[in-house]
Design a protein around this ligand. Structure first.
Ligand SMILES: Cc1cc2nc3c(=O)[nH]c(=O)nc-3n(C[C@H](O)[C@H](O)[C@H](O)COP(=O)(O)O)c2cc1C
Length: 149
């Protein structure tokens, strides 16, 4: 069974909502999925799973405080057997949209991990997100989960 770990950074609950949605959808296609809050998660734990998914908000064009330890640890890891996907929510009223998604994508690529799906930036400007925007990511991951290795 494909093991997936979802790690989220969420201040007001939107990215936690995204994490729970992904957990529900990917469990339904047969993966073993866990979700945990980023400040409570060691990046080294990603070495034990097949696919890592990070979803984070952005704070003034930077990573949120609660993401920093995980991000810094991630940058020091080598994870060549890992596949990853990154998403995150942001607000287009800010000059830079969803910076955290770009930062995590670069950090994962630096570990040697392979992208399993294209990164997704969700627009939370209206205070809620359209979860259907995640459909292509879920479709890609479903192929990875259901294709025999
Ligand atoms: C002080 C502050 C700064 C923010 N800066 C940015 C930003 O630079 N870029 C962006 O896309 N969103 C920015 N946002 C919007 C949040 O990333 C967005 O509301 C996100 O959906 C919150 O996710 P959460 O509910 O999981 O905490 C900012 C929000 C606050 C309150």
């Amino acid at each position: 069974m494909t093991k997936i770990k979802i790690v989220y950074a969420s201040l007001t609950g939107t990215n936690q909502h995204v994490a729970n949605y992904l957990k529900e959808k990917l469990s339904a296609v047969g993966a073993s999925v866990t979700a945990s809050e980023m400040s409570q998660t060691a990046a080294a734990s990603l070495a034990d799973v097949d696919i890592a998914i990070v979803t984070s908000y952005t704070n003034d064009n930077e990573l949120p405080e609660e993401a920093l330890a995980f991000y810094e640890e991630l940058q020091d890891l080598e994870l060549p057997r890992l596949r990853f996907a990154v998403c995150g929510t942001g607000d287009t009223a800010y000059p830079q949209f969803c910076t955290a998604v770009d930062l995590f994508e670069s950090a994962f690529l630096g570990t040697g991990a392979l992208p399993a799906a294209r990164s997704v930036k969700l627009d939370a400007t209206a205070g809620k997100v359209d979860l259907a925007v995640l459909d292509p990511l879920i479709a890609r991951l479903t192929i990875v989960i259901t294709t025999p290795r």
